[in-house]
Design a protein around this ligand. Structure first.
Ligand SMILES: *Cc1c(COP(=O)(O)O)cnc(C)c1O
Length: 428
């Protein structure tokens, strides 16, 4: 059979029941697994055989769902984590250690910015932030001998910049390191970064992949393309023996296709234990089954709302890469031909005060610290996630006080627009 299309994979990939087995993915609600002999179990501990022994490291329900996401992204291996934060931390820490350096887009999720610039700095890992719009020369200048990874988001949350993945991948590869892409906002339905040269893809599955605001989670997918052995001196964790597993060298034993995820599971999941609960993995899979049906609707609503806001006299500016006026329109045509996502951001005339009044007047769109839900929600960063910053600091960070992030859900667009229109009336 030829390669399946994305919708078929959303519905069926990752789990194929045998004769008489459950049609739906079973929730293996068990911390542990039973073996007949201690020799059998010993082989698992030595990574000589594959199987399960303790859910802090691996669980079958999670692995079915991770296999589906690997198929959607076009990767060779994947693992679920307890959150998107854990996924990004693991993806980077799997190849970085004290003394390493990361090149990261400055236009990334605040939580990831903090993780890299504050928490990982305490571990002795340095970072250079670069503009997502950097030229090749600017990118090259950011690398050092100790650089171990490049990080960016396909569509940044909440800045909504679109990354030139091919160019960032080429820069990473010129310097012998992998490109890690957080693909949370477009999802593999709208963009598959591996096809553009990304080596590792991460997700906050909390967002569109679940899509119903029901379960926090994350995922890491390996493209299986990065040649660790060709850059062995940079990645000793993958290319030299691991004493905690009887001297296994991951890149030798599991090859390009399996080394990254096996090491990440065997070491980081073992030691940090940020596993997704099997129950959450089951909920995530229910979301994935309709991802290809939901994403076009989120895009349709986002586009309609962006177009409505753009022509409204009370609106200063709209950011949405589907608008011809948007700075990222051309690049989005390349990477996101079917649209990006349902998140739109816009600046109201009248700043912080207008934003508060407007949001209070909304009836359908709820005020929440969330995006990518079936229900439309919104947030004013200046009075919530970024409230410690002054108006001047906000302006410098590209987040005007009157900026509103609106995540368009799956409601009918006519109702969403009517809700926005009546709330804008209040400002007049
Ligand atoms: C939400 C988000 C995260 C963090 O994910 P959690 O599941 O909340 O831990 C990381 N990256 C992006 C782009 C996000 O939107």
């Amino acid at each position: 059979m030829s390669e399946q299309k994305i919708g078929t994979k959303c519905v069926q990939a990752g789990y194929t029941p045998k004769n008489g087995e459950p049609r739906q993915i079973p929730i293996i609600q068990s911390t542990t697994f039973k073996y007949d002999t201690s020799e059998d179990m010993g082989k698992l501990f030595d990574l000589e055989a594959s199987g399960y022994f303790y859910t802090r490291l691996q669980n079958p329900t999670n692995d079915y769902v991770a296999a589906k996401i690997a198929a959607l992204e076009g990767g060779t291996a994947a693992m679920l984590t307890s959150s998107g934060q854990a996924a990004n931390f693991f993806a980077l820490f799997n190849i970085c250690e004290c003394g390493s350096h990361i090149v990261a887009s400055s236009s990334i999720y605040g939580g990831t910015f903090n993780l890299i610039s504050v928490t990982m700095a305490k571990m002795g890992i340095e970072v250079t932030f670069v503009s997502p719009d950097s030229t090749d020369e600017e990118l090259d200048a950011a690398f050092r001998d100790n650089t171990r990874a490049v990080f960016g988001e396909t569509i940044a949350n909440p800045a909504l910049t679109v990354l030139d993945i091919e160019r960032f991948a080429a820069a990473a590869h010129r310097h012998g390191v992998p490109l890690v892409i957080d693909n949370t906002f477009p999802t593999p339905v709208n963009c598959r970064p591996i096809e553009w040269g990304a080596d590792i893809v991460t997700h906050s599955t909390t967002k569109y992949l679940d899509g119903h605001g029901a379960a926090v989670g994350g995922c890491i997918v390996d493209s299986g393309k990065f040649d660790w052995m060709a850059h062995a001196d940079k990645f000793p964790g993958l290319t030299t023996p691991d004493d905690s597993y009887h001297g296994i060298t991951y890149a030798e034993k599991f090859g390009k296709e399996g080394a990254f995820i096996t090491k990440c599971t065997a070491q980081l999941m073992r030691d940090f234990g940020c596993i997704q609960s099997p129950q959450n993995a089951f909920i995530l899979n229910l979301g994935l089954e309709s991802l290809h049906v939901r994403m076009p609707k989120h895009v349709e609503n986002g586009q309609a709302v962006a177009e409505f806001l753009e022509q409204h006299p009370m609106v200063e500016k709209v950011n949405y890469s589907g608008l011809k006026s948007d700075k990222y329109y051309t690049i989005a045509q390349k990477y996101l031909p079917n649209g990006g996502c349902g998140v739109v951001s816009f600046e109201l005339k009248g700043g912080r005060e207008a934003a508060g009044k407007f949001m209070k007047a909304l009836k359908l769109a709820a005020i929440e610290t969330h995006v990518a839900d079936a229900r439309t929600c919104c947030l004013n960063p200046a009075t919530s996630t970024h409230r410690q910053m002054t108006d001047e600091q906000l302006a410098a960070a590209g987040i005007p006080a009157g900026l509103i992030r609106l995540s368009c859900g799956l409601e009918d667009k006519e109702d969403l627009i009517a809700d926005l229109a009546q709330a804008l009336e209040v400002l007049k």
